[in-house]
Design a protein around this ligand. Structure first.
Ligand SMILES: Cc1cc2nc3c(=O)[nH]c(=O)nc-3n(C[C@H](O)[C@H](O)[C@H](O)COP(=O)(O)OP(=O)(O)OC[C@H]3O[C@@H](n4cnc5c(N)ncnc54)[C@H](O)[C@@H]3O)c2cc1C
Length: 371
């Protein structure tokens, strides 16, 4: 396709701030900047006809970490960094809910349950034993009392008899969330251009080289492309990770009452309008799933189907839909907010919890560019 003179004339002019990517981070950043600098001219560029990465394709858990995740993150990142990330997730969720309203995004304050396989008795006991310690950490970081409670698992007989219930989690509808963010951004005066694929950042000429010979200038550029970022900025320590998801038809007597976590958060499942949604399992094939290509594999699908039958016998024959999304991970769960040069800042690597941390990252990026 050849752009017209009018299109090129309008699209190629640099805005005050250009944001690349219209996922939760890109749009939250635009909204946060507008709050600080209402007259700032902001342009969001998105390759898809709507956000096309993770923000509309995720599982809709509004969570900040199960006990096994916390213990693993402390092991990898240390206690201080781990709790800083947990705080960011918590603050992000607060901002998101205040900004959009619970009813708009179908937020349900249902709590979250960490369950364990029968064979993972050791891990289950370790997590149960660590619950008071984790509660103390959460109390000092977030001021919340009795976050995690060891409870009897009465609804899922194929899993271990003890589970850990998290009081402060919820679930939401990701597309309703993204629609509301988009509406808020546009009504604040943010311009969003869809269908613009940026192929290269020409740092020397401050220009974005796009398909069909479009070259969009920029003054300040904020890169919010998460799992796709290394194609544009290979120096960033973020790699893509695909996550596959399945959802069943509505099932009678669905036993799920909240969001559920298994295997240090690698597998997650929840109830959605009488259905069961299950996703994850990338730990089964870490190399193969380190990709920014959407797609599904037999290996992971079969793995998720097997767990699904453990949750609800026969549910594997009732699949209504399956899909995948791409998230951004790295050696640490700490998100990257980093100036690449004097004009470009990146806000990437949500570590698989961007629904939670995304709005907070938007605030951090807005602080950086409006200083
Ligand atoms: C299956 C799945 C389940 C998940 N479940 C949860 C959950 O329950 N709770 C939770 O907190 N998190 C969850 N996550 C993670 C969460 O969805 C992400 O962390 C979050 O959406 C990342 O937001 P983002 O804005 O950084 O990136 P994205 O939403 O990926 O947005 C990046 C945008 O950049 C655009 N883009 C990329 N490259 C270019 C280019 N070259 N030119 C133009 N545009 C470009 C993409 O099209 C995309 O719209 C899940 C993720 C997946 C994949």
């Amino acid at each position: 396709m050849q752009y017209s003179f009018w299109e090129k004339d309008f699209l190629e002019k640099p805005a005050d701030i250009t944001i690349l990517g219209s996922g939760i981070v890109g749009l939250s950043t635009a909204i946060s900047i507008k709050k600080r600098a209402p007259h700032c001219n902001i342009l969001v560029l998105e390759r898809g006809t709507h956000p096309f990465g993770a923000s509309t394709r995720n599982a809709g858990f509004a969570c900040f970490g199960s006990v096994s995740e916390l213990l693993e993150d402390i092991r990898v990142m240390g206690e201080e960094a781990c709790m800083e990330v947990v705080s960011m997730r918590y603050q992000g969720l607060k901002t998101l809910r205040q900004r959009l309203g619970d009813a708009t995004i179908d937020y349900r304050s249902c709590g979250g349950m960490e369950v364990f396989r029968m064979k993972d008795k050791e891990s289950s006991e370790q997590c149960q034993g660590a619950t008071p310690f984790c509660n103390q950490l959460i109390k000092s970081a977030l001021g919340l009392d009795n976050c995690y409670n060891v409870v009897k698992n009465t609804s899922l007989p194929s899993f271990g008899a003890q589970a850990i219930f998290q009081n402060f989690e919820g679930t939401l509808h990701p597309l309703k969330m993204m629609h509301a963010l988009q509406k808020l951004a546009v009504s604040s005066g943010v311009r969003i251009e869809y269908g613009i694929q940026v192929d290269e950042i020409d740092q020397a000429n401050r220009s974005l080289l796009c398909a069909n010979q479009l070259q969009i200038g920029y003054n300040k550029l904020i890169v919010c492309t998460n799992g796709f970022s290394r194609r544009l900025l290979p120096e960033l320590e973020v790699v893509p990770a695909r996550n596959q998801v399945l959802i069943t038809q509505p099932l009678p007597q669905n036993p799920l009452v909240s969001g559920y976590h298994l295997d240090k958060g690698f597998v997650y499942f929840r109830e959605v309008a009488g259905r069961i949604l299950i996703g994850g399992g990338r730990n089964l094939d870490p190399e193969g799933e380190m990709t920014d290509q959407f797609g599904e594999t037999e290996q992971i699908r079969n793995y998720l189907l097997k767990i699904l039958d453990e949750i609800y016998p026969g549910a594997s024959t009732k699949i209504e839909l399956s899909w995948s999304g791409i998230l951004g991970v790295g050696p640490s769960k700490f998100p990257i907010v980093e100036w690449v040069d004097d004009h470009i800042i990146a806000g990437v690597r949500m570590g698989g919890m961007g629904v939670a941390i995304g709005s907070h990252l938007g605030e951090m990026l807005a602080d950086q560019v409006t200083r």
